[in-house]
Design a binder for this molecule. Structure first.
Ligand SMILES: [Zn+2]
Length: 160
């Protein structure tokens, strides 16, 4: 998913915490893109295939545990926001349907070569309906997001 990380994560936050503040939402949404921010940046530097260390559950977890320790000792008042950020990171892996080899890297062997190193080509391929089965999951997620927004708007309008 590409934009589905936004709409899907937004919906999950609204289910868990309907009255989530904009700071909570922002923290979770940034977390929802964090694995791609790291791994796509590394790919542009010819490191990994776009789903690398930040898409590996053990590596991501280790990173988040270290960050949690730092936040918990130095910035205790932001621990809650950090937890929402972490949730966004893990939701990213779930929404990507990461291959087991990637999800448990480096324990199940090496990574596949990237399909392309161009972010534009990857995006165009994704939305071309040709190569990515995740496009359908993305469309369903967007559909649910639109239904949620319409329901919320209708409920708000009906109260006035
Ligand atoms: Zn990803």
């Amino acid at each position: 998913m590409i934009l589905g990380h936004l709409t899907g994560t937004y919906l999950v936050v609204k289910v868990i915490k309907p009255k989530a503040t904009s700071l909570i939402m922002a923290s979770t949404l940034i977390g929802a893109y964090f694995p791609d921010m790291v791994d796509k940046s590394l790919m542009l530097l010819n490191i990994g295939n776009g789903r690398f260390v930040a898409h590996s559950l053990p590596m991501l977890s280790l990173f988040l545990v270290v960050c949690f320790w730092i936040v918990n000792t130095k910035l205790k008042e932001h621990v809650s926001l950090f937890m929402w950020f972490s949730l966004g990171c893990f939701l990213h892996l779930l929404q990507d349907w990461v291959q087991l080899k990637t999800l448990f890297w480096p324990f199940l062997g090496g990574l596949d070569r990237p399909v392309s190193r161009s972010l534009i080509k990857i995006t165009v391929n994704f939305y071309s309906f040709k190569t990515s089965p995740l496009i359908w999951a993305e469309l369903v997620t967007h559909g649910l997001f639109v239904i949620y927004q319409i329901a919320t708007f209708t409920r708000k309008y009906a109260r006035k």
